[in-house]
Ligand binder design. Structure first.
Ligand code: SAM
Length: 203
């Protein structure tokens, strides 16, 4: 695994990364929102919102709903807040500086969780997935998209092995029906992964 892969999201480098991601990751963000296909009243959490493009797209889909987001980077929090100023000011959107493994939300608070180009950074993975399972309502869905190359670079695994291992981690946390497929974004060089909170408690 690369040393501190998150350094590119902080400081001056983080500001440049935010500008690049806002443009280059837009298609994957849009595809993830379309895949989750939330109802207008749904509550959706975005983990690793980066510059906040996906938050903005979600806001257009949830006129009666609520959007929450977490990202550990102060630079990304500022960038996403600027991009979504109206929704934040109106209280439709709540953005926090936090990580996937310590989500500052109550149990069963969300209908869906979206994470784009971020799940490979979830460390520890099991604790992060457990947190996502905790904040999802029964039947709620996790939708994750990420670049193939990023999975391999950050986790050291090929995409199929990563998807298999992640599905097992999800199952242990109570997220079942895991599946993965080729995303359309990046000409198919991204993976999409989905799992659903089961109605029963994990064993
Ligand atoms: C490659 S960027 C993707 C941002 C945005 N979703 C996009 O696709 O443009 C990864 C983001 O995940 C955040 N991140 C890193 N580790 C995280 C963690 N453990 N929990 C939540 N977010 C994390 C980073 O700060 C960064 O903003």
């Amino acid at each position: 695994m690369a040393a501190n892969p998150n350094r590119i999201f902080e400081g001056i480098l983080g500001r440049i990364t935010a500008l690049i991601m806002a443009r280059s990751n837009r298609a994957a963000e849009a595809e993830a929102v379309a895949e989750l296909d939330p109802r207008a009243h749904h509550r959706v959490l975005v983990v690793g919102f980066g510059p906040g493009v996906g938050l903005r797209l979600l806001d257009e889909r949830l006129p009666e709903g609520h959007i929450a987001g977490v990202d550990p980077s102060e630079v990304m929090l500022r960038s996403a807040t600027r991009r979504n100023g109206r929704a934040v000011a109106d209280g439709r959107m709540e953005l926090r500086q936090a990580r996937a493994d310590a989500l500052p939300f109550p149990d069963a608070d969300f209908d869906g969780v979206i994470t784009v180009n971020t799940i490979q950074f979830w460390e520890p993975l099991a604790a992060s997935v457990a947190e996502v399972a905790r904040v999802l309502r029964p039947g709620g869905r996790l939708v994750a998209y990420t670049h193939d190359w990023a999975i391999t670079r950050v986790t050291g695994k090929d995409v199929e092995t990563w998807a298999h291992d992640t599905a097992e981690v999800c199952a242990r946390a109570g997220l079942g029906a895991a599946r993965h497929w080729r995303a359309r974004a990046e000409k198919g060089k991204s993976i999409a992964f989905s799992a659903r909170k089961t109605e029963q408690e994990p064993p």
